[in-house]
Ligand binder design. Structure first.
Ligand code: HEM
Length: 138
């Protein structure tokens, strides 16, 4: 993560940024920098909730795309400086769960289909046996 980091600047990864996603404590990572925009929320012309919902690590990524997509003016971009707290070093959210490997999932599926197949084979035989018994007893 070799960003050009100002000497002595604090660094934050996505997991850290994601801990600040409320209207009382709102950080966002934009273009490799982290901003604490909590004090700006009330002033935001687009409303505070749109900023909070796009803050932190919404969707497991930083807010660069959301911020740029709006087409914020140079004034808006310049305002960011006021809220700078450190450099963004990327990373992943810790909540991500790894998918089970194919072998395990496959063997579980195998067991299920085996019992289903057995049931499918035995059930018609059972019905047939009951029908014969019924016919014989008439
Ligand atoms: C991803 C987060 C953000 C989203 C989704 C967002 C969205 C928006 C939207 C929709 C507007 C248009 C409001 C309107 O015309 O009704 C707007 C305007 C504006 N936003 Fe944001 N905003 C975000 C973050 C920020 C941040 C962090 C700042 C500054 C620190 C900022 C500064 C401004 C300014 C100054 C305007 C007025 C128009 C302009 O100068 O571009 N915004 N924003």
């Amino acid at each position: 993560m070799a960003e050009v980091t100002a000497p002595g600047a604090k660094t934050f990864d996505l997991a850290e940024v994601s801990l600040h996603q409320t209207e009382k404590d709102c950080w966002m990572a934009i273009n490799g920098k982290v901003y604490n925009v909590t004090d700006f929320l009330d002033e935001h012309p687009g409303g505070y909730d749109i900023v909070v919902s796009n803050s932190g690590a919404e969707g497991g990524k930083d807010a660069t795309e959301d911020f740029e997509e709006i087409g914020h003016s140079k004034t808006a971009k310049d305002m960011l400086k006021e809220y700078y707290v450190g450099e963004f070093v990327g990373g992943e959210l810790p909540v991500k769960t790894k998918k089970q490997n194919g072998t395990l999932a496959g063997s579980t599926a195998g067991t299920t289909s085996l019992s289903t197949a057995l049931l499918r084979a035995v059930l018609p035989l059972l019905v047939l046996a009951l029908a014969i018994l019924y016919a014989l007893n008439r």
